[in-house]
Ligand binder design. Structure first.
Ligand SMILES: Cc1cc2nc3c(=O)[nH]c(=O)nc-3n(C[C@H](O)[C@H](O)[C@H](O)COP(=O)(O)OP(=O)(O)OC[C@H]3O[C@@H](n4cnc5c(N)ncnc54)[C@H](O)[C@@H]3O)c2cc1C
Length: 335
Protein backbone atom coordinates (compact mmCIF):
# COMPACT_ATOMS: atom_id res chain seq x y z
CA UNK A 1 0.00 0.00 0.00
CA UNK A 2 1.25 3.46 -0.88
CA UNK A 3 1.84 5.41 2.36
CA UNK A 4 -0.03 8.71 2.59
CA UNK A 5 1.64 12.05 3.06
CA UNK A 6 0.50 12.17 6.69
CA UNK A 7 2.17 8.84 7.38
CA UNK A 8 5.42 10.13 5.94
CA UNK A 9 5.10 13.25 8.05
CA UNK A 10 4.29 11.32 11.22
CA UNK A 11 7.16 8.89 10.77
CA UNK A 12 9.67 11.59 10.08
CA UNK A 13 8.58 14.02 12.71
CA UNK A 14 8.69 11.25 15.32
CA UNK A 15 12.46 11.30 15.11
CA UNK A 16 12.77 14.62 13.49
CA UNK A 17 15.68 16.94 13.28
CA UNK A 18 17.52 18.75 15.99
CA UNK A 19 16.32 22.33 16.20
CA UNK A 20 17.18 25.48 18.06
CA UNK A 21 14.79 24.70 20.92
CA UNK A 22 15.40 21.05 21.87
CA UNK A 23 18.50 19.42 23.21
CA UNK A 24 17.88 15.73 23.83
CA UNK A 25 20.06 13.75 26.15
CA UNK A 26 21.52 10.92 24.07
CA UNK A 27 20.88 7.28 24.94
CA UNK A 28 23.96 5.78 26.51
CA UNK A 29 23.64 2.74 24.23
CA UNK A 30 23.50 4.75 20.97
CA UNK A 31 27.15 4.22 19.95
CA UNK A 32 27.02 0.54 20.90
CA UNK A 33 23.85 -0.15 18.91
CA UNK A 34 25.01 1.86 15.86
CA UNK A 35 28.38 0.08 15.84
CA UNK A 36 26.59 -3.20 15.18
CA UNK A 37 25.10 -2.01 11.86
CA UNK A 38 26.71 -3.38 8.71
CA UNK A 39 27.72 -0.42 6.56
CA UNK A 40 29.80 0.42 3.48
CA UNK A 41 30.82 3.64 5.23
CA UNK A 42 31.24 4.24 8.95
CA UNK A 43 30.13 6.12 12.03
CA UNK A 44 32.35 8.43 13.99
CA UNK A 45 31.60 8.97 17.67
CA UNK A 46 34.54 11.25 18.48
CA UNK A 47 35.35 14.64 16.95
CA UNK A 48 31.63 15.08 16.33
CA UNK A 49 31.94 18.77 17.25
CA UNK A 50 32.91 19.42 13.60
CA UNK A 51 29.19 19.19 12.73
CA UNK A 52 27.87 20.96 15.85
CA UNK A 53 27.59 24.31 14.07
CA UNK A 54 26.12 25.94 10.98
CA UNK A 55 26.53 29.15 9.00
CA UNK A 56 24.06 31.06 11.18
CA UNK A 57 26.23 30.52 14.24
CA UNK A 58 23.13 30.82 16.44
CA UNK A 59 22.79 27.19 17.58
CA UNK A 60 25.29 24.52 18.45
CA UNK A 61 24.11 20.97 19.19
CA UNK A 62 26.46 18.10 19.85
CA UNK A 63 25.37 14.90 18.09
CA UNK A 64 26.00 11.40 19.44
CA UNK A 65 27.30 10.14 16.11
CA UNK A 66 28.16 11.20 12.58
CA UNK A 67 27.38 8.84 9.72
CA UNK A 68 29.77 8.96 6.75
CA UNK A 69 27.65 6.96 4.33
CA UNK A 70 29.44 4.81 1.77
CA UNK A 71 26.15 4.09 0.01
CA UNK A 72 22.45 4.95 0.01
CA UNK A 73 21.89 1.61 1.78
CA UNK A 74 23.92 2.95 4.71
CA UNK A 75 21.46 5.83 5.11
CA UNK A 76 18.48 3.48 4.79
CA UNK A 77 19.96 1.06 7.34
CA UNK A 78 20.59 3.86 9.82
CA UNK A 79 17.17 5.49 9.46
CA UNK A 80 15.46 2.08 9.70
CA UNK A 81 17.42 1.38 12.87
CA UNK A 82 16.17 4.64 14.39
CA UNK A 83 12.61 3.99 13.20
CA UNK A 84 12.59 0.54 14.82
CA UNK A 85 13.49 2.12 18.15
CA UNK A 86 9.88 3.24 18.19
CA UNK A 87 8.07 6.51 18.47
CA UNK A 88 9.18 7.16 22.07
CA UNK A 89 12.86 7.16 21.14
CA UNK A 90 14.39 10.60 21.45
CA UNK A 91 17.07 9.80 18.87
CA UNK A 92 17.07 12.43 16.12
CA UNK A 93 18.51 12.34 12.60
CA UNK A 94 19.65 15.25 10.43
CA UNK A 95 21.04 15.23 6.91
CA UNK A 96 23.85 17.73 6.54
CA UNK A 97 24.91 19.24 3.23
CA UNK A 98 27.33 22.15 3.51
CA UNK A 99 25.93 23.38 6.83
CA UNK A 100 24.81 26.71 5.33
CA UNK A 101 21.52 26.73 7.20
CA UNK A 102 21.04 29.44 9.81
CA UNK A 103 19.24 27.96 12.81
CA UNK A 104 20.62 24.50 13.47
CA UNK A 105 18.48 22.70 10.88
CA UNK A 106 21.37 20.47 9.81
CA UNK A 107 22.28 19.52 13.39
CA UNK A 108 20.93 16.75 15.64
CA UNK A 109 21.12 17.24 19.41
CA UNK A 110 22.29 13.94 20.84
CA UNK A 111 21.33 12.29 17.57
CA UNK A 112 22.86 11.26 14.27
CA UNK A 113 24.15 13.70 11.64
CA UNK A 114 24.43 12.20 8.16
CA UNK A 115 27.25 13.84 6.19
CA UNK A 116 25.76 13.78 2.72
CA UNK A 117 29.01 14.77 1.00
CA UNK A 118 30.41 11.33 1.93
CA UNK A 119 28.03 9.67 -0.54
CA UNK A 120 30.10 8.55 -3.53
CA UNK A 121 29.99 11.20 -6.24
CA UNK A 122 30.34 8.66 -9.06
CA UNK A 123 26.56 8.70 -9.36
CA UNK A 124 26.51 11.89 -11.48
CA UNK A 125 25.14 11.02 -14.94
CA UNK A 126 24.15 13.43 -17.71
CA UNK A 127 21.48 12.48 -20.24
CA UNK A 128 21.42 14.77 -23.28
CA UNK A 129 18.56 14.60 -25.77
CA UNK A 130 15.23 16.31 -26.27
CA UNK A 131 14.59 16.74 -22.56
CA UNK A 132 18.05 16.68 -20.98
CA UNK A 133 18.72 16.03 -17.31
CA UNK A 134 21.44 15.12 -14.85
CA UNK A 135 21.18 12.53 -12.10
CA UNK A 136 23.26 13.58 -9.10
CA UNK A 137 23.72 12.59 -5.49
CA UNK A 138 21.89 14.55 -2.78
CA UNK A 139 25.27 15.48 -1.31
CA UNK A 140 26.68 16.83 -4.58
CA UNK A 141 27.63 20.50 -4.83
CA UNK A 142 25.90 22.60 -7.49
CA UNK A 143 29.30 23.85 -8.67
CA UNK A 144 30.26 20.25 -9.52
CA UNK A 145 26.95 19.75 -11.30
CA UNK A 146 27.74 22.81 -13.42
CA UNK A 147 31.23 21.56 -14.31
CA UNK A 148 29.92 18.13 -15.28
CA UNK A 149 26.96 19.33 -17.36
CA UNK A 150 29.13 21.93 -19.14
CA UNK A 151 31.02 19.04 -20.71
CA UNK A 152 27.81 18.32 -22.63
CA UNK A 153 27.06 21.99 -23.42
CA UNK A 154 24.23 21.88 -20.86
CA UNK A 155 23.43 23.58 -17.54
CA UNK A 156 20.61 23.46 -14.97
CA UNK A 157 17.80 25.91 -15.68
CA UNK A 158 17.51 27.37 -12.19
CA UNK A 159 20.27 28.31 -9.79
CA UNK A 160 21.26 29.74 -6.47
CA UNK A 161 23.74 32.65 -6.52
CA UNK A 162 26.22 30.74 -4.43
CA UNK A 163 27.10 27.32 -5.87
CA UNK A 164 28.94 25.65 -2.99
CA UNK A 165 25.63 24.37 -1.62
CA UNK A 166 24.35 20.81 -1.95
CA UNK A 167 21.50 19.54 -4.08
CA UNK A 168 19.70 18.09 -1.04
CA UNK A 169 20.22 21.27 0.98
CA UNK A 170 18.72 23.69 -1.55
CA UNK A 171 15.96 21.31 -2.73
CA UNK A 172 14.84 21.03 0.90
CA UNK A 173 14.31 24.79 0.80
CA UNK A 174 13.61 26.27 -2.65
CA UNK A 175 16.77 27.44 -4.38
CA UNK A 176 16.28 30.91 -5.79
CA UNK A 177 18.29 33.21 -8.00
CA UNK A 178 17.92 35.44 -11.05
CA UNK A 179 16.39 32.68 -13.21
CA UNK A 180 13.48 32.08 -10.81
CA UNK A 181 11.19 34.65 -12.48
CA UNK A 182 11.39 32.59 -15.67
CA UNK A 183 11.86 28.93 -14.63
CA UNK A 184 10.66 28.92 -11.04
CA UNK A 185 12.94 28.00 -8.12
CA UNK A 186 15.18 24.93 -8.29
CA UNK A 187 12.42 22.77 -6.77
CA UNK A 188 10.29 23.45 -9.88
CA UNK A 189 12.99 21.99 -12.11
CA UNK A 190 13.30 18.49 -10.68
CA UNK A 191 12.06 15.48 -12.63
CA UNK A 192 12.61 12.73 -10.08
CA UNK A 193 13.98 12.09 -6.59
CA UNK A 194 15.31 9.08 -4.76
CA UNK A 195 14.47 9.39 -1.08
CA UNK A 196 15.17 7.43 2.07
CA UNK A 197 11.87 7.70 3.93
CA UNK A 198 11.32 7.84 7.67
CA UNK A 199 10.91 4.07 7.72
CA UNK A 200 14.25 3.54 6.03
CA UNK A 201 12.77 2.58 2.65
CA UNK A 202 14.48 3.75 -0.54
CA UNK A 203 11.71 5.22 -2.71
CA UNK A 204 11.81 6.76 -6.20
CA UNK A 205 9.28 9.51 -6.67
CA UNK A 206 8.27 12.02 -9.34
CA UNK A 207 5.20 13.95 -10.54
CA UNK A 208 3.74 10.61 -11.63
CA UNK A 209 5.16 8.12 -9.11
CA UNK A 210 4.67 8.54 -5.32
CA UNK A 211 3.82 12.14 -6.12
CA UNK A 212 2.77 13.02 -2.56
CA UNK A 213 6.25 12.22 -1.28
CA UNK A 214 7.84 14.05 -4.25
CA UNK A 215 5.95 17.26 -3.61
CA UNK A 216 6.41 17.06 0.15
CA UNK A 217 10.18 16.53 0.00
CA UNK A 218 10.76 19.43 -2.41
CA UNK A 219 10.87 22.45 -0.13
CA UNK A 220 10.06 20.13 2.79
CA UNK A 221 12.88 21.40 5.05
CA UNK A 222 14.30 17.89 5.27
CA UNK A 223 11.25 16.66 7.22
CA UNK A 224 9.89 14.14 4.70
CA UNK A 225 12.94 12.04 3.96
CA UNK A 226 16.54 12.23 2.91
CA UNK A 227 17.16 13.10 -0.74
CA UNK A 228 19.84 10.71 -1.98
CA UNK A 229 19.50 11.42 -5.70
CA UNK A 230 17.85 14.12 -7.78
CA UNK A 231 17.12 14.27 -11.51
CA UNK A 232 17.61 17.92 -12.48
CA UNK A 233 16.24 19.45 -15.70
CA UNK A 234 18.91 20.94 -17.99
CA UNK A 235 18.96 23.33 -20.94
CA UNK A 236 21.68 24.36 -23.42
CA UNK A 237 24.31 26.38 -21.56
CA UNK A 238 24.69 29.90 -22.93
CA UNK A 239 27.78 30.41 -25.07
CA UNK A 240 28.21 34.07 -24.16
CA UNK A 241 26.59 36.33 -21.59
CA UNK A 242 26.21 40.09 -21.38
CA UNK A 243 26.23 41.17 -17.73
CA UNK A 244 24.63 44.44 -16.72
CA UNK A 245 24.33 46.11 -13.32
CA UNK A 246 22.40 49.30 -12.75
CA UNK A 247 22.57 51.34 -9.57
CA UNK A 248 19.59 53.19 -8.03
CA UNK A 249 19.32 55.59 -5.14
CA UNK A 250 15.51 55.59 -5.30
CA UNK A 251 13.69 52.47 -4.06
CA UNK A 252 10.47 53.08 -6.01
CA UNK A 253 12.26 53.44 -9.36
CA UNK A 254 14.28 50.33 -8.55
CA UNK A 255 11.23 48.11 -7.79
CA UNK A 256 9.19 49.54 -10.66
CA UNK A 257 11.96 48.77 -13.12
CA UNK A 258 12.43 45.29 -11.71
CA UNK A 259 8.71 44.53 -11.95
CA UNK A 260 8.60 45.89 -15.50
CA UNK A 261 11.57 43.74 -16.55
CA UNK A 262 10.35 40.46 -15.04
CA UNK A 263 6.88 40.84 -16.54
CA UNK A 264 7.99 41.85 -20.06
CA UNK A 265 7.61 39.22 -22.79
CA UNK A 266 10.99 40.02 -24.31
CA UNK A 267 13.47 40.47 -21.51
CA UNK A 268 16.72 39.36 -19.90
CA UNK A 269 17.58 35.76 -18.99
CA UNK A 270 18.56 36.58 -15.41
CA UNK A 271 17.17 39.41 -13.26
CA UNK A 272 17.97 39.99 -9.63
CA UNK A 273 17.71 42.98 -7.34
CA UNK A 274 19.61 43.65 -4.16
CA UNK A 275 20.24 46.29 -1.52
CA UNK A 276 23.68 47.48 -0.52
CA UNK A 277 25.24 50.12 1.68
CA UNK A 278 27.82 52.34 0.05
CA UNK A 279 31.06 52.11 1.96
CA UNK A 280 34.30 53.87 1.17
CA UNK A 281 35.71 52.58 -2.05
CA UNK A 282 32.89 50.21 -2.93
CA UNK A 283 31.98 52.13 -6.07
CA UNK A 284 35.61 52.35 -7.16
CA UNK A 285 35.59 48.56 -7.51
CA UNK A 286 32.19 48.55 -9.12
CA UNK A 287 32.38 46.71 -12.42
CA UNK A 288 29.29 48.20 -13.94
CA UNK A 289 27.75 48.99 -17.26
CA UNK A 290 26.67 52.24 -15.63
CA UNK A 291 28.60 55.13 -17.14
CA UNK A 292 30.90 56.57 -14.45
CA UNK A 293 31.30 59.79 -16.49
CA UNK A 294 27.62 60.56 -16.07
CA UNK A 295 27.39 63.56 -13.64
CA UNK A 296 24.41 61.89 -11.90
CA UNK A 297 26.89 59.30 -10.69
CA UNK A 298 28.79 61.64 -8.43
CA UNK A 299 25.85 63.46 -6.92
CA UNK A 300 23.59 60.49 -6.19
CA UNK A 301 25.87 57.65 -5.24
CA UNK A 302 29.05 58.94 -3.73
CA UNK A 303 28.00 59.54 -0.12
CA UNK A 304 29.41 57.01 2.32
CA UNK A 305 26.73 55.03 4.19
CA UNK A 306 24.01 55.66 1.60
CA UNK A 307 21.59 52.78 0.98
CA UNK A 308 21.76 51.86 -2.69
CA UNK A 309 19.75 49.45 -4.81
CA UNK A 310 21.09 47.39 -7.64
CA UNK A 311 19.48 45.58 -10.52
CA UNK A 312 21.60 42.85 -12.02
CA UNK A 313 20.65 41.35 -15.37
CA UNK A 314 22.21 39.07 -17.93
CA UNK A 315 21.38 38.35 -21.56
CA UNK A 316 22.58 35.14 -23.18
CA UNK A 317 23.72 35.26 -26.78
CA UNK A 318 25.68 33.48 -29.48
CA UNK A 319 29.13 34.60 -30.72
CA UNK A 320 27.67 35.71 -34.09
CA UNK A 321 25.39 38.18 -32.27
CA UNK A 322 28.27 39.94 -30.52
CA UNK A 323 28.14 43.13 -32.66
CA UNK A 324 24.45 43.45 -32.02
CA UNK A 325 24.55 42.94 -28.29
CA UNK A 326 25.07 46.52 -27.13
CA UNK A 327 21.94 47.56 -29.00
CA UNK A 328 19.84 44.57 -27.86
CA UNK A 329 20.61 45.07 -24.18
CA UNK A 330 19.88 48.80 -24.40
CA UNK A 331 16.53 48.06 -26.05
CA UNK A 332 15.62 45.55 -23.33
CA UNK A 333 16.58 47.95 -20.58
CA UNK A 334 14.79 51.00 -22.00
CA UNK A 335 11.72 49.60 -23.76
C1 LIG B 1 26.61 32.25 1.71
C2 LIG B 1 25.24 31.72 1.41
C3 LIG B 1 24.67 31.98 0.18
C4 LIG B 1 23.40 31.50 -0.12
N1 LIG B 1 22.84 31.79 -1.34
C5 LIG B 1 21.62 31.36 -1.62
C6 LIG B 1 21.01 31.67 -2.88
O1 LIG B 1 21.57 32.36 -3.71
N2 LIG B 1 19.78 31.18 -3.13
C7 LIG B 1 19.11 30.40 -2.21
O2 LIG B 1 18.00 29.96 -2.50
N3 LIG B 1 19.64 30.10 -1.01
C8 LIG B 1 20.87 30.57 -0.71
N4 LIG B 1 21.39 30.28 0.52
C9 LIG B 1 20.61 29.48 1.47
C10 LIG B 1 20.88 28.00 1.19
O3 LIG B 1 20.24 27.60 -0.01
C11 LIG B 1 20.31 27.12 2.30
O4 LIG B 1 20.89 27.50 3.51
C12 LIG B 1 20.61 25.65 2.02
O5 LIG B 1 19.87 24.87 2.93
C13 LIG B 1 22.06 25.38 2.23
O6 LIG B 1 22.40 24.15 1.66
P1 LIG B 1 23.41 23.20 2.42
O7 LIG B 1 23.86 22.21 1.42
O8 LIG B 1 24.46 23.94 3.15
O9 LIG B 1 22.38 22.51 3.45
P2 LIG B 1 22.45 22.36 5.05
O10 LIG B 1 22.54 23.72 5.67
O11 LIG B 1 23.50 21.39 5.40
O12 LIG B 1 21.03 21.76 5.30
C14 LIG B 1 19.89 22.59 5.19
C15 LIG B 1 18.61 21.79 5.48
O13 LIG B 1 18.42 20.81 4.48
C16 LIG B 1 18.42 19.51 5.07
N5 LIG B 1 19.15 18.64 4.14
C17 LIG B 1 20.44 18.73 3.75
N6 LIG B 1 20.71 17.77 2.85
C18 LIG B 1 19.57 17.08 2.69
C19 LIG B 1 19.20 15.96 1.91
N7 LIG B 1 20.08 15.36 1.09
N8 LIG B 1 17.94 15.49 1.99
C20 LIG B 1 17.03 16.08 2.81
N9 LIG B 1 17.31 17.14 3.57
C21 LIG B 1 18.57 17.63 3.51
C22 LIG B 1 19.14 19.65 6.40
O14 LIG B 1 18.77 18.65 7.31
C23 LIG B 1 18.66 21.02 6.81
O15 LIG B 1 17.35 20.96 7.31
C24 LIG B 1 22.67 30.75 0.85
C25 LIG B 1 23.24 30.49 2.10
C26 LIG B 1 24.51 30.97 2.38
C27 LIG B 1 25.09 30.71 3.73
Amino acid sequence: MKPSILQYLAFFLSFSFGGATTAHVPDQDVPASLSKLHLDGHFSFHDVSTVAWDFGNLSSFMPAAVLHPGSVDDIATTVRHVFLKGEHSMLTVAARGQGHSLQGQCQAAGGIVIKMESLPAARMKVCSGASPYVDASGGELWINVLHETFKYGLAPKSWTDYLHLTIGGTLSNAGVSGQTFRHGPQISNVKELEIVTGRGDIVTCSHEQNSDLFHAALGGLGQFGIITRARIALEPAPKMVRWIRVLYSDFTSFTEDQEMLISAARTFDYIEGFVMINRTGILNNWRSSFNPKDPVWASQFETDGTVLFCLEMTKNYNPEEVDNMEQVSSQLAYH
